[in-house]
Ligand binder design. Structure first.
Ligand code: AQP
Length: 323
């Protein structure tokens, strides 16, 4: 099994990124034959237009992934722009991608609906993403639920290329975790950097508490029992609390007679315990930026070697190479 996934350096990673995707990266690096994980800085250009900030987020993203358990001895960690072959492959794919396929992409439509300005990069983002996946012959792509549609687009693009030019690309499959495929944000919507509703993984304890206290709840009277199903606080609590703590909290919901403030406090306490070791690991890596750069440089060499072979195969199939 060859695993690949990428994450955008568009800001500090949040619980949705970790529980939806990064946790899978860490688990899969143990069982995959090859695992490739990259910081998607070319994708991030569609939102981050400040070069110093983009550089800071890119290195910061790598530090975060290492702190969260990504092991460079087991997985190839690299920065997307260090593999220019992928951008070339993207053009080959673009020429066979129907406009309608991209127009139907929900994340593009959502961003337009939220008033974000769309450029050609945002519109064609799924094609670059398809190139990212296909360039490494990936067969498993661990992601959150919001990305499944893009993986379907990638399969469509790969399928039509294979159909037209002969078998060239491996067909990838998306992989989501049932219990955290769509982590809710502080407003109950999907947690998302661009929606301002995130709980950051590496915020300091005080800032994280403040964010937890912001979570919107309903206005049911204190004495009433509450249904824990679909409750944002409970959904988040389940991610960071122990099984025993979750059982106690479920009983409390059934009994009633408590305020949401108590649940928020328990959630903030559990979050503090959950993230403490990762915060220490982050401090360790953050103190050694050159070691992180070395990891990324070594990763880029391995990633390029793989992507160059696949690009050559695709160019020959399409008639733009091998003449
Ligand atoms: N709320 C979420 N629940 C589960 N998984 C999530 N992911 C993102 N949000 C959630 C998964 O995280 C991985 C990295 O996603 P990305 O690089 O696309 O990050 P992102 O899109 O920047 O995440 P955001 O916060 O949603 O950003 P914007 O607002 O810019 O689109 C992916 O596997 C994603 O599914």
């Amino acid at each position: 099994m060859r695993v690949l996934s990428g994450i955008q350096p568009t800001g500090p990673f949040h619980w949705g990124n970790y529980f939806g995707a990064i946790r899978q990266y860490i688990e899969l690096q143990e069982v995959a034959d090859e695992a490739y994980y990259f910081i998607a800085n070319l994708h991030a250009l569609t939102t981050v237009r400040d070069q110093a900030l983009l550089r800071q987020y890119t290195l910061g993203g790598a530090i975060d992934l290492l702190a969260l358990g990504l092991n460079p001895d087991k997985a190839v960690l690299f920065v997307q722009s260090d593999v220019p072959e992928v951008s070339e492959l993207s053009w080959l794919l673009m020429t066979g991608t129907p406009m309608g396929l991209l127009e139907r992409c929900v994340s593009y439509k959502d961003k337009l609906a939220k008033g974000l300005k769309a450029d050609a990069g945002l519109f064609t983002y799924p094609v670059l993403q398809a190139a990212d996946i296909l360039a490494y012959d990936a067969d498993v792509v661990p992601v959150g639920e919001d990305q499944l549609q893009h993986i379907e687009v990638c399969r469509d693009i790969a399928g039509s290329f294979n159909h037209h030019f002969g078998q060239t690309f491996t067909m990838p499959k998306g992989k989501v975790l049932d219990q955290s495929a769509r982590v809710p944000g502080t407003d109950g919507e999907k947690m998302s950097k661009s929606y301002g509703n995130t709980l950051a993984v590496f915020d300091d304890v005080k800032a994280q508490r403040k964010q937890v206290m912001r979570i919107q709840t309903d206005s049911r009277p204190m004495e009433d029992p509450k249904d824990p199903a679909g409750d944002v606080l409970m959904d988040l609590y389940k991610l960071v609390a122990s099984e025993e703590e979750v059982a106690d909290m479920t009983a409390l919901y059934a009994r009633g007679g408590f305020g949401y403030g108590d649940v928020k406090k328990a959630l903030a306490d559990a979050a503090e315990r959950y993230w403490a070791p990762y915060r220490d690991a982050r401090a360790h890596w953050a103190a050694k930026p050159d070691a992180v750069r070395e990891v990324l440089a070594a990763g880029a060499v391995k990633a390029r070697a793989k992507a160059a072979g696949v690009l050559r195969r695709a160019q020959e199939a399409a008639g733009v190479g091998g003449w």
